[in-house]
Design a protein around this ligand. Structure first.
Ligand code: ZN
Length: 297
């Protein structure tokens, strides 16, 4: 029995009218002090303007505005830009073994040359993944590790296992959770959930997964975190013929940036009959691994 899978894709002194406030004009400053006062004011203006515009533009240049470090993470809605971002990609790009066209991207944008390119993860920083094993089979964390290893091989992206956490499923999870994960984008969360908690798992949907993206000061969008929620219905005997590790792969491919295809021979078909990545899936994943670095987010 086929089960549909779906992505889910988030003022100083002022003249007083009161004559009692009148006081004699202060004695003129010595010449040197007057010069200094006249020199300091324009510099204060310049530094203020630089701070305001630098906060916006320096990240796009791959430079962190140094004063951002003085603002506590809890007072921001985003981490310091460029956390863990290297000067170049962390692992080589992947050339798919079999050329194929049966794939689609969740989102595209225009690059600096005007070409249409997929929205991608930065290949120049690791993708952190945490697993909450609540309600999951005993081998859940191991299966997530195996699936992310497949994705790393297929994309040339680098996945880092941040281990097991206790984080409830949240259909509107914030991309930045400094109280839980510190001054960085939240790691990808993978766990089981039910429709009572994640309404998009209602009906015949057995998994939801996808990235969350941000746009830097230059208008370039990159994926920075995401979630994969597998439906607890997958664990009820006889309810589905689809093995949950196949749904896990499918949703993790959404997380990387693949959309559905009509081709029923591919894992990214919404009612897939295969359990592993096929030629079209792999070609799409390889392309999604070839995005630009993203120091500005
Ligand atoms: Zn899907």
């Amino acid at each position: 029995m086929p089960f549909r899978r779906r992505d889910r894709p988030p003022p100083g002194w002022s003249p007083s009218s009161d004559p009692r406030a009148w006081s004699p004009a202060p004695a003129p400053l010595p010449a040197r002090r007057r010069r200094r006062a006249a020199t300091v004011l324009p510099w204060l203006v310049v530094l203020t303007v630089a701070a305001v515009y630098g906060t916006r533009w320096l990240p796009a240049l791959g430079v962190e505005a140094p004063w951002l470090a003085l603002v506590p993470a809890s007072a921001r809605d985003h981490p310091r830009p460029g956390v863990e971002e290297a000067d170049g990609r962390l692992a080589p790009a992947v050339v798919p073994a079999t050329p194929a066209t049966s794939f689609a991207f969740l989102a595209t944008q225009r690059d600096s040359t005007g070409a249409t390119v997929p929205v991608t993860w930065s290949p120049c920083r690791p993708i952190h993944v945490v697993v909450d094993p609540t309600g999951a089979p005993a081998d859940f964390a191991a299966q997530v590790q195996a699936a992310t290893a497949e994705l790393a091989a297929a994309t040339g992206l680098t996945f880092v296992d941040d281990g097991v956490v206790a984080e409830p499923a949240d259909p509107d999870r914030d991309a930045f959770l400094p109280d839980r994960y510190g001054d960085r984008w939240a790691p990808v969360l993978v766990r089981f959930a039910d429709a009572a908690t994640v309404p998009s798992l209602a009906g015949d949907v057995v998994g939801v997964g996808g990235p969350q993206s941000v746009t830097d000061a230059r208008g370039r969008t990159s994926h920075v975190t995401g979630v994969v929620y597998l439906d607890t219905d997958l664990l009820r005997p006889g309810l589905t013929a689809t093995p949950w590790p196949a749904v896990l792969r499918h949703e993790l491919a959404h997380l990387v940036g693949l959309d559905h295809v009509d081709d029923p021979t591919q894992l990214m078909n919404p009612v897939a009959t295969v359990s592993t990545f096929q030629a079209g899936d792999l070609a799409g994943l390889a392309a999604l691994g070839q995005g630009a670095c993203a120091p500005g987010v």
